[in-house]
Design a protein. Sequence first.
Length: 262
Amino acid sequence: MRVALAQTEPLWENKEGNFRAALSFLEQAREKQADLILFPEMSMTGFSMHPEKIGETNESPETLSFFREQAQEYGLYIGVGYVEYCQPKSFNRYAIISPEGKVLADYRKIHPFTFGTEAVHYAGGEELAFCRVKEFTVSPLICYDLRFPELFEIASERADLIVVPANWPSDRREHFMTLLKARAIEDQCYIAGVNRVGRARTLSYSGDSMIVDPFGRVLSKAGDGEELIVADLNLEGLRQYREEFPARTDRKPELYERLRRS
């Protein structure tokens, strides 16, 4: 399977402008014969703390409606982030859409970023999401979730590829790159982290989007500007590696839980 990461600089809280800009990345992904294209967290708005302004409902699912049409037009699986508007708090979500325009997975971010006031405006989800993309089982997590290895450990029991859309600031870029590699190595799966670039409010974003294989090798990495990167994933190679070096079978979850309670 060929995966493409769209490292973008979204226009702030401007869905229509970002919808137009996304078409260029979709065209590039089709030209590069990608199967799946992934956009960053809150893909069409930037990391906004104004869910009342950018949020969407089941009655008006602007982002999902737009990308369901584009998935059919371009023949791509598409991963895209958006905000589900709710009261008293909204949800930061990420959906994966099939080339037939069907929403295959729609994940609510489990860990809102308290340090960045996200938890003031957004509630945390309570379930993982999984779907099939070609022959791969894929699970989306979002940005700050990357700091919580327990989620990745659980997701990797089913997932071959875990995707991490992000709005990860430049100040902590080394954390982003290191943790993406660590999650791939410890969970023996592919990890695709897609970040944004540019500036928004007081923050700058350095990109560093990358696709990492289960050995921790970086298959493709972006710089600090807008670009589309691609990499080919090998499911048989992944399965063979897990069989030949079955480290995950030595996990002792019951013991870990007992130690946690002691």
